[in-house]
Design a protein around this ligand. Structure first.
Ligand code: ADP
Length: 470
C-alpha cells in the first residue's frame, strides 16, 4: 500500500508536542510492515539543512529520511516558513497561518505529481493539514491522478481547529459555496479542522475513550454534532511510543543509563536532578515531575492551586514547560516561594525532559482532557509512576493501584478538583513510603505501548477503506 503521511511537525525535525512524536514514529512502524509510506511537512527555518542532511530537489522542495528508513519531503516558501516558531510566538498565532497552511496543503498535493508518488491513502493530521483533504475532494477531484485517493484524517487535539476570519475565505481558492455550515463555516468563521472532518473518508483519533468523548458536548468543542453524525466513520487508535527514543537503558541524555531491573542507577539520576534543582539530595524523598505544555488543558491551574498545600508535605516538584504566560508567572512566583522543593524550567528542552522522566518517582498529568497523552507512557518506561486524571487516553492506559491492586500501574483521580488531586498525591506518597511501590515499578517497566499493534490497526482500517466505503 502507498501512503502519504502529512503532518506539520515530525520528530526529529520539528516538535511542539505529541503530534511530532507520532509523525516521527508511526510512519516508521508502517514502513516496517512493508508499506510504501512517505511523509510531507513544511521546511521551517529552524530545521538545520546540514544537521538533518536535507537534499535539495528544487528551490522549494527538499528531502531527508527518518531513521534512514522513511522519506520525508519538506516544502519551503520564500516567507511563510521563515518565522522562528511553527505556529506562533508570544504575541499569539502568526497572522499569516491561513496562507501558510493553505499553501502547504496545495503543495503537498502537487508533490504527488512532482515526485510521481501516487498514494492509495493520504493520511492528514490536525487542522494544519486538513485542507489537503478538502482540496483533494474539491479542487483536484476531477483530476484522474487524484480521484481514486482515499483520505484519512486524524484528530490529535480537537481544541485546536485553525479558525480564521471569513474575509480570508477567497484566499483559499475554494468555491464560495463551501463557506457554509455543512462545510467549512463555523460560527461565521473559517474552520480548517471542520473541513477535514467533513471531507475525509474516515476519521480517527488517538484513543478509544477520546473518540467517544468528542461526541459529547463536554469534549466536542462545538463539533460534537458533526462527529456524532460521522460516528460510523470515526475510530479510536491509541498512539504508541517510540522505544528507540524513550528507553532509559540507551538514553544518552540522562545522567546515568539504567534498566528496569536495578533502581540504583535510576536513583543516581534522582540525586543529580535534586542537586541541579537545589533540593535536598535524598532518594527517600518523593520527587514528582511534570513535562507539559502549560495550557489549561493540562490542568496547570489545578496543579498551581495545589502547590502551596503540596509543599507542606515532604516532597519535591520539578516542572518543565512552556505555554500560557499567565502560568509562567504563577509558577515562577510559587517557585520563588518554595525554593527548597519546587523548581520550574520555563522552556522547551528535550534533555531536561528526559532527565525529569528518569529522575522522578511520580509523573504528574492532571490533564482536564487528553486525547492520548505520551507522558504517562514515557514515564512508565522510566520506572516513574504516573498520576493522572481519568480522561481520554489517560483513562485507556492507566489503572489506579488502589482500585485494582493486581493490574494497577498508576494513580488516577476521578473528580477534576484540587482536592481530589491533592488527596491522590497523598495516596501515592503513602505507597511510595512502603515496599508496595516496588510492585508498581516492576509492573511499570514491563508495560509495552509499542507502535506495532497500533500500526496494524491503521493498516486494517486503510485496507477496509480501499475495499469498501465506510
Ligand atoms: P501534547 O501533544 O498535548 O502536548 P502529549 O503528551 O501527547 O501532549 O505529548 C507531549 C510531548 O511533548 C511529550 O513527548 C513531552 O515529553 C514533550 N514536551 C512537552 N513539553 C515539553 C517541554 N517543555 N520540553 C521538552 N519536551 C516537552
Amino acid at each position: 500500500m502507498k501512503i502519504l503521511f502529512c503532518s506539520s511537525e515530525v520528530v526529529p525535525f520539528a516538535k511542539t508536542g505529541g503530534l511530532a512524536d507520532v509523525a516521527g514514529a508511526l510512519p516508521v512502524a508502517l514502513k516496517e510492515l512493508k508499506h510504501d509510506i512517505r511523509v510531507v511537512m513544511p521546511k521551517y527555518a529552524s530545521i538545520d539543512k546540514n544537521k538533518f542532511s536535507l537534499k535539495k530537489v528544487n528551490k522549494y522542495l527538499f528531502t531527508s529520511k527518518i531513521s534512514d528508513k522513511v522519506t520525508v519531503y519538506f516544502i519551503d516558501h520564500d516567507s511563510f516558513f521563515k518565522h522562528d516558531g511553527l505556529y506562533g510566538d508570544k504575541k499569539g498565532d502568526y497572522p499569516d497561518n491561513l496562507e501558510r497552511f493553505s499553501y502547504f496543503s496545495k503543495k503537498a498535493i502537487e508533490l504527488i505529481k512532482e515526485v510521481k508518488f501516487v498514494p492509495d491513502v493520504v493520511h492528514c493530521n490536525d487542522w494544519q493539514t486538513a485542507l489537503i483533504i478538502v482540496y483533494l475532494k474539491t479542487l483536484y477531484k476531477k483530476d484522474p491522478v487524484y480521484s481514486k485517493i482515499k483520505t484519512v484524517f486524524t484528530i490529535h487535539n480537537l481544541a485546536y481547529q485553525g479558525l480564521f476570519g471569513k474575509e480570508s475565505f477567497s484566499k483559499l481558492g475554494l468555491d464560495e459555496k463551501y463557506f457554509h455550515v455543512d462545510y467549512l463555516e463555523y460560527y461565521d468563521k473559517i474552520n480548517f479542522l471542520k473541513g477535514g472532518l467533513v471531507f475525509s473518508d474516515i476519521i480517527t483519533t488517538v484513543s478509544e475513550a477520546y473518540s467517544k468523548e468528542i461526541q459529547t458536548k463536554e469534549f466536542g468543542c462545538g463539533l460534537e454534532g458533526l462527529l456524532a453524525k460521522r460516528k460510523d466513520a470515526l475510530f479510536g487508535i491509541i498512539n504508541g511510543l517510540d522505544y528507540n527514543l524513550w528507553n532509559p537503558a540507551q538514553d544518552a541524555l540522562i545522567y546515568k543509563k539504567y534498566s528496569g531491573k536495578s533502581l540504583k542507577d535510576k536513583h543516581e539520576n534522582k540525586i543529580k536532578l535534586q542537586a541541579e534543582c537545589g533540593f535536598t539530595k535524598n532518594k527517600d524523598i518523593l520527587t514528582c515531575g511534570m513535562v507539559s505544555r502549560l495550557a489549561e488543558q493540562k490542568g496547570v491551574d489545578v496543579l498551581s492551586d495545589s502547590l502551596d498545600e503540596l509543599m507542606k508535605l515532604n516532597l519535591q516538584v520539578v516542572i518543565l514547560g512552556t505555554g500560557d504566560v499567565k502560568y509562567h508567572d504563577i509558577l515562577l512566583d510559587l517557585a520563588q516561594k518554595h525554593k527548597d522543593s519546587l523548581r520550574v524550567f520555563l522552556k522547551f528542552d528535550n534533555k531536561i525532559a528526559h532527565r525529569i522522566y528518569a529522575a522522578s518517582d511520580l509523573f504528574l498529568m492532571p490533564s482536564r482532557y487528553e486525547p492520548c497523552g505520551l507522558g504517562q507512557m514515557i514515564s512508565l518506561k522510566y520506572a516513574t509512576i504516573p498520576l493522572v486524571f481519568k480522561t481520554g487516553g489517560l483513562a485507556d492506559t492507566i489503572i489506579d493501584f488502589h482500585k485494582d491492586k493486581a493490574n494497577g500501574n498508576g494513580f488516577v483521580f476521578e473528580n477534576f478538583s484540587k482536592y481530589d488531586f491533592i488527596s491522590t498525591v497523598k495516596r501515592a506518597m503513602d505507597v511510595f513510603k512502603k515496599d508496595k511501590f516496588k510492585v508498581l515499578i516492576n509492573r511499570a517497566v514491563k508495560s509495552n505501548f509499542s507502535w506495532q499493534a497500533s500500526a496494524v490497526k491503521y493498516i486494517d482500517l486503510f485496507k477496509r477503506l480501499l475495499k469498501e466505503k465506510v
